[in-house]
Design a protein around this ligand. Structure first.
Ligand SMILES: Cc1cc2nc3c(=O)[nH]c(=O)nc-3n(C[C@H](O)[C@H](O)[C@H](O)COP(=O)(O)O)c2cc1C
Length: 158
């Protein structure tokens, strides 16, 4: 019998994944194969599927080029579609492991042509996917003081 974790357990696991995730620069295999990749992409949907993904193996076991495809929509403006696509990319990094690179020359005609980025589309960079090199320590996480970034409305202030 499959035991479905409680919402609390799931929330704890997600919180642990977020707290321990590190972008990893040097990657090795394994990386997801085509079937696993499709499954994982399906698990990280956006409200509006304003993205396409081009998969290739080059400097990491798997590189996904993330292409933003804004659509005219009566209620969802372009910025919201971009926000949804970025959120999806972050979820994918949690699922897959790796690092998001902007990469050079995202607007260069040669790059756009090579990747098949169409008119009105925008290359959002690359997700380098793979497995951390065994024995290499993850990069240390710098704990930022986020208090100056928070504006409290009302009496609460820390
Ligand atoms: C859209 C986007 C583009 C990025 N481009 C680069 C890049 O070109 N080079 C780089 O070193 N880091 C880049 N980063 C930052 C890394 O992906 C990563 O977030 C950063 O190194 C912090 O590590 P952390 O995710 O473990 O906190 C980019 C991040 C985002 C969201």
């Amino acid at each position: 019998m499959t035991t479905i974790p409680s919402a609390r357990e799931t929330a704890d696991q997600v919180a642990t994944a977020i707290r321990t995730r590190r972008s990893t620069i040097r990657l090795t295999g394994p990386a997801p194969g085509p079937h696993e990749l499709l499954d994982l992409l399906a698990a990280a949907p956006t409200a509006d599927l304003a993205e396409k993904i081009i998969a290739k193996h080059v400097r990491a076991p798997l590189i996904l080029a993330l292409v933003f495809q804004p659509r005219d929509h009566p209620t969802i403006p372009r910025w919201e579609q971009l926000a949804a696509t970025s959120a999806m990319a972050t979820t994918l990094l949690l699922l897959l492991g790796g690092i998001w690179y902007g990469g050079p020359y995202p607007d260069a005609p040669q790059v756009r042509k090579h990747l098949g980025v169409g008119d009105g589309e925008q290359l959002l960079g690359y997700l380098y996917i793979g497995t951390p090199i065994p024995g290499e320590e993850p990069r240390t996480r710098v704990t930022a003081d986020v208090r100056p970034k928070i504006t409290w409305l009302g009496d609460t202030a820390l």
